[in-house]
Design a protein around this ligand. Structure first.
Ligand code: CMC
Length: 436
């Protein structure tokens, strides 16, 4: 019978320590007992970029990167993408169970009646330049919501948290659509509460002079599937930002704006925009080998490839490939798909990518669909942020319920100077003058 602990010998003192193992994990704080003498601070663990550190317990998303498995609350992503609406999945993430019909109707109505934005936000939005990047607009506008809902600071009250969760899931498509309309110079469109979550979003994006917007059912469903695939992904960079900022008891609007800022980076959600720019740069299939040479020499990265956790095919990328085919039946085929498919084929046979277990991730194909639907690359990350809002909020709520969580505050290994002699500015100036 194996023991659930590990024995460590400190060769500095010849003492041994037995540390308990739970869920394949030892507690970093236990290392503090390993010290050379009572005055010693004790051992710390060093883990830049959190490559091997669990920051929380979570029951929201399960991810097995070696086997390419992704589950929300225990349900495989493939099943949810096939059978559910986005709001059904958002309910699952927030409450832990799939809703029955009545619960779903109530939830949808709670969300729908909160889709309007305060006029203040519209005026705020008008202040952006015509060519402002939509992610900058989204991040700032979500933060601005904090000024309209001062009640949101009561983050330790579960009922209050739920109220903000509903507001944010409801309002994020409205903000996103305003960012879009601002960019194309069209007046903002009010939400239409007769429509489903994705149909209403399409209405706010694309309604022109017609009295009632009619969404294309295939495109609305494709968007729903894409939203489900992007809804949560356990402790990634932006979710970590949400939890970290939220751990200081900042309100959820400010915390979520920090999470969205983290998402915007090209190594995270911003990768979908970069994939499209890369495919544009490659331009044709015959130029793929030369581009891959540049990747292998370290000059550029293959955007949309690789993942910290997946060392196998990202299951979301598989579903997205299938969704692309559905969308192209309506929009016509995006020729970039052929370049992407060939790029994937060549890369997956190449020793560089095989050795490093680099596979396409969610961002590799999503942009090709979004472009076929009529979105510009700079808007792609906004389309990631809308559904991820549900995941960020579920994770934020879970953090506040967890009695083990405190303000996130890592340690450091200090490598700078100590106790230096201070020189007055005249002396520093004299030294600089002497040096010429
Ligand atoms: N192109 C070329 N080489 C790569 C790539 C890539 N896309 N990704 C990783 N590598 C190499 C990397 O250079 C390293 O090589 P070596 O061992 O010779 O130094 C090796 O593979 C291991 O990579 P790493 O940098 O240690 O991996 P990481 O876990 O720190 O980074 C990543 C993960 C996603 C940031 C990275 O794979 C990457 O930059 N990918 C491109 C950007 C991208 O597609 N991001 C979206 C991620 S999925 C959705 C999301 O999170 O939003």
């Amino acid at each position: 019978m194996p023991f659930d602990n590990v024995t460590i010998t400190d060769n500095r003192t010849n003492r041994t320590y037995t540390l308990p193992i739970e869920h394949g994990t030892v507690r970093s704080a236990d290392f503090r007992n390993i010290r050379t003498d009572p005055a010693d601070f004790g051992l710390m663990t060093y883990d830049p970029a959190f490559v091997n550190t669990a920051s929380c317990r979570s029951s929201i998303t399960y991810l097995d990167g070696e086997r390419g498995i992704l589950e929300y609350r225990g349900y495989p992503i493939e099943t949810l993408a096939e059978h559910c609406s986005f709001l059904e999945v958002a309910y699952l993430l927030v409450f832990g169970e799939l809703p029955d019909r009545t619960e779903l109707q109530d939830w949808a109505s709670e969300i729908t009646r909160r889709t309007m934005l305060h006029e203040n936000i519209r005026k705020f939005m008008e202040g952006f330049r015509y060519d402002a990047h939509p992610m900058g607009m989204l991040v700032s506008s979500v933060a601005a919501l904090s000024t309209l809902y001062p009640d949101a600071k009561h983050v330790q009250d579960p009922a209050n948290r739920l109220q903000q969760i509903k507001r944010l899931i409801a309002k994020i498509p409205t903000i996103a659509a305003m960012c879009y309309r601002h960019g194309v110079g069209f007046p903002y469109v009010f939400p239409d509460n007769d429509l489903s979550y994705t149909e209403n979003f399409m209405n706010m994006l694309w309604k022109m002079a017609e009295p009632k917007y009619a969404a294309n059912a295939v495109l609305a469903r494709a968007l729903e599937v894409l939203f489900i695939l992007h809804a949560d992904h356990e402790q990634n960079c932006s979710t970590n930002a949400m939890r970290s900022v939220g751990s200081s008891q900042a309100d959820p609007y400010l915390s979520l704006s920090a999470a969205a800022a983290a998402l915007s980076g090209p190594l995270h959600g911003g990768a979908n925009e970069q994939v499209l720019r890369m495919l544009e740069e490659i331009g044709s299939k015959d130029r793929i080998p030369a581009y891959l040479d540049r990747v292998k020499s370290g000059e550029v990265k293959l955007m949309g490839f690789g993942h910290r956790v997946y060392k196998n095919y990202d299951p979301r990328a598989k579903i997205i490939k299938w969704t692309a085919e559905q969308v192209f039946r309506v929009t016509g085929r995006n020729p970039k798909l052929d370049i992407a498919l060939e790029l994937e084929r060549i890369a997956l046979e190449d020793e560089y990518f095989i050795e490093r277990k680099l596979y396409p991730n969610v961002d590799f194909y999503s942009g090709i669909i979004y472009q076929a639907m009529g979105f510009k690359p700079e808007f792609f990350t906004v389309l990631f942020a809308i559904p991820r809002t549900a995941g960020w909020l579920a994770q934020w709520d879970e953090m506040h319920r967890d009695p083990e969580q405190k303000i996130a505050r890592p340690r450091q290994i200090y490598t700078g100077e100590r106790q230096r002699a201070f020189l007055a500015i005249e002396e520093r100036q004299a030294i600089a003058a002497a040096k010429g």
